[in-house]
Design a protein. Sequence first.
Length: 480
Amino acid sequence: MTSQPLWHGRFANKTNPDAFALNASISFDILMAEQDVRGSIAWAEAICKADVLDEAEHTQISAGLRQILQEIRQDTFTVTPDDEDIHTAVERRLGEIIGSLSGKLHTGRSRNDQVATDFRLWMLDHIPALDAALVDLQSALVERAERDLILPPSGGDVRRTKGGNDGKPVIMPGYTHLQRAQPVLLSQWWLSHYPPLKRDQARLSELSRRVAVLPLGCGALAGCPYPIDRVALSETLGFDEPAMNSLDAVSNRDFAAEFLFVAAMIGTHLSKIAEQVILFTSAEFGFFELDDVYSTGSSLMPQKKNADPFELTRGKAGTLLGYLTGLMATLKGLPSTYDKDLQEDKLPVFAAFDTLTAMLPVIAGALRTLTVKPARMEAAIDASMMATDLADYLVQRGVPFREAHAISGEVVRAGIDKQKPLNELTLEEYQTINEVFDEEVYAVYDARESIAKRAAIGGTAPDAVKAQIERAKAELKRET
Ligand code: ARG
């Protein structure tokens, strides 16, 4: 059956084919086919209760819609070139199945409240998959933190440190400004990426509550003239409540913008991990080595092993941010209620969802399987990274911190002048700078001691890190 546009009555001539193609959204809103039909099944029930349909009509319409739902699920539902959007396609198919009675389904409804409902249903259906992927990446980080806490018996570089035990925590340089700053546990670094993803997950669940507000029953803009029960309709469709105001309900796309913000934020967090993995797998750092299955080579340079998944992650974070700014720019100029500009809301949301659900498992897999190089990481810690500890040593001997900071700075300068690491300056050299220095100064340069001192909640001391691991594990357990 070829169909006319749902709005054909007022028009004498058929739409220009190019204008039709520009107008059409079927190529992407087909992804909401299932949600569209579920919305229609609930709508048919609502208008039956409001006496728009009698029982027999409702039964027929509902059976036809259920058949379409089956066709969609079995992938046998097809669209025709005349289907402008998914709403048109479903109504056309219903007509093919039950005849002209299908024309009663749209009573009291507009595609404006319909599309907003479909889109929200789609989002509610898809947020759990994103949530699960986030949880899995969090688990990967916590697994790594636990596994990489202690050096394996052999020490040195081993494939996938297994957390065997000679009692020595795996340490690395911590950076600020990408300059060596203070030593930290590798596990502290792994765990640093857990809370951001936890916050993203919280953002998603808060967003879900705002998505679960039902536009259906608001008509084109002014409300529904039939006595439908919007509270019951909202419950049937799994929403928390009906939208309060019809003008707002049909134009509100805050949820799409919020989704894109959360997606961009997740992208930013992943990009931050990615940037560091890219650095750490470079020969210059040599802290990590990616498993072959998560890296790629060069068509020209046989020696190359590239961190492509991480570079793509860093790149796609920019694209995700673009989706957010694009939709915000679209929304900011709109007057109240539905404008066709709003059709631009779906592609970025679908694309952001696809991007993240493709990226997250790869990142999790690559992190789970990469090899850490404890010896390389430890070798990158130099004595000057304990300059703060040196100041603390002076503070313990009664020197006010500000003064201790300056003295410690002089020691650093002496090291640079004499081209010696700080722990190789002689005691005389120390005492020329300040007579407070004694033999015990050399103990300051034990990076593990420096780490062990940072034992307050959230710090990098092994016990403080173990506490973080336990907390994260308990949180993750609640997710499953
Ligand atoms: N394809 C449209 C969209 O995605 C559906 C709503 C059309 N409404 C209208 N008044 N033309 O936004």
